[in-house]
Design a protein around this ligand. Structure first.
Ligand code: EPU
Length: 417
């Protein structure tokens, strides 16, 4: 079982390059089914991306890395068939449903898996599909058939990120206007909409909760650059602050960072944004507790909470960590308690982190991508040695993490056995 061994307490200084966003890259790879030739730049080399490429190839497409982060995808020869069972291991495989329905009028896939952080039903995807004429047969696999291609007004049952992404990909086949209300507006949804615009689809309202769009896709080739991962930015900022390091993060896209920067300021992190670069310096006083409450974008989204909760262990006073979306995302808080954090878990959605407390190296588990990153930050803060197992979750979302951390002075080793 692979694990990280981390010796905490070293002083951290230097630059951390920010990778392209995982949650933007995955729907963009799925959207490549809507055109023939796609070139995606700044794609992170992570296992979730590799699995999405495997699925494209299984369907008859081809994928090739033109350089370290430029991915070329050709889907000219794709034919509709049931997605492979491996799709079950990846929540984002649900994102193939929208483009397959748009292009072929049919899709069959296993129910998606992914992180165990909550129930995450796909009802909102299916009820929206239904309004665009899709009939779903839910048996061992999910069988979808599209009977008509018309637009209309759709109010999403939940402001679901992948639900909105699936819907805009399907609606790109509709020549009549589709109005999507209560749409998710996350950076990755916006990037996908921009990709569809490049493919010839007309879309207005990008970045808001109401989208108006009409297809069809008219272009055969699209090039797009994946935006810097805002989840890496908040995590590395929390890491720098919690370890009192002096760290530069580059590149960042400031248009997507309002809630993160505000949160860091409220905690009194010594942060400066200049152009597309963020500098974190050692604090000028004590960090202050400030409520960590997940919201729908443009508020602070749930995935930022675990790293910031580790920072809360080093802030003065009680921090309420409130994630109303996921009911099983607190595993990392239990691991933090093992390391000496003072955490009161109040219910599946709320906890109080009372700081400041020293952390101590222990054996802990990474249960999902973001809790894995939280464990790494805690280990770098802690006195002594921490062993983190379950690091395959971390590899799903962060490219070359140990190299990037070693470059700023972290004492981290990967043991593969
Ligand atoms: N939810 C509601 N009401 C809403 C919106 C959401 O109850 O109005 C609940 C859903 O029922 C679900 C949860 O909130 O249980 C998450 O909802 P969503 O459908 O938006 O999640 P998702 O599309 O499956 C994406 C990201 C997740 C991220 C969530 C929330 C991708 C591939 N995945 O998942 O990313 O946590 O949005 O922002 O984009 C991660 O990267 O670590 C990750 C888990």
């Amino acid at each position: 079982m692979s694990r990280f061994i981390i010796e905490g307490g070293t002083s951290l200084k230097g630059d951390i390059p920010i990778s392209g966003s995982k949650n933007a890259a995955l729907p963009l790879i799925a959207a490549s089914l809507l055109v023939e030739e796609t070139t995606l730049r700044n794609v992170p080399r992570i296992t979730d991306v590799a699995r999405m490429c495997e699925i494209i190839e299984y369907l008859g497409g081809s994928t090739a890395w033109k350089d370290e982060h430029t991915l070329q995808i050709n889907t000219g020869n794709v034919r509709p068939k049931e997605l492979p069972p491996a799709a079950r291991t990846l929540r984002a495989s649900i994102l193939f449903a929208g483009p397959l329905l748009a292009r072929f009028g049919e899709a069959e896939l296993p129910y998606p898996g992914g992180d165990v952080i909550g129930a995450r039903p796909i009802d909102s995807h299916l009820s929206a599909f239904e309004k665009l004429g899709v009939i779903a047969e839910e048996k061992e696999t999910l069988k979808l058939n599209r009977k008509k291609t018309c637009g209309g007004k759709i109010v999403l049952e939940e402001t679901s990120v992948t639900g909105t992404e699936n819907l805009v990909m399907l609606a790109s086949a509709c020549t009549e206007e589709t109005e999507i209300r209560l749409a998710a507006a996350e950076p990755h949804v916006q990037e996908l909409c921009k990709f569809l615009q490049k493919a010839g689809v007309s879309i207005s309202g990008i970045g808001t909760t109401t989208l108006h769009m009409s297809g069809p896709v008219t272009k055969k080739t699209v090039e797009h650059t994946v935006n810097p991962d805002e989840l890496e930015i908040s995590a590395f900022a929390a890491l720098a602050a919690a370890t009192h390091g002096e760290i530069t993060l580059h590149p960042v896209d400031p248009q997507y960072l309002d809630a993160i920067l505000l949160q860091l300021e409220k905690i009194h992190v010594n942060v400066t944004l200049k152009g597309d670069t963020i500098h974190i310096q050692p604090p000028q006083g004590a960090y202050q507790s400030h409520r960590l409450q997940a919201g729908l974008y443009p508020k602070l989204v749930t995935d930022h909470l675990p790293p910031l909760a580790v920072l809360a262990t080093q802030a003065e006073g009680p921090t309420l960590v409130h994630d109303w979306l996921f009911e099983a995302r607190q595993s990392y808080l239990r691991e933090l308690i093992k390391m000496g954090a003072n955490v009161m878990i109040m219910d599946p959605h709320r906890a109080l982190v009372i700081g400041p407390t020293p952390l101590y190296g222990k054996e802990v588990v990474s249960y999902d991508i973001r809790s894995g990153m939280a464990m790494i930050i805690a280990a770098l803060v802690a006195r002594g040695t921490t062993t983190i197992t379950g690091i395959e979750h971390i590899d799903r979302g962060y490219e070359n993490l140990e190299e990037r951390l070693k470059n700023i002075g972290a004492n981290i080793e990967r043991i593969d056995s």
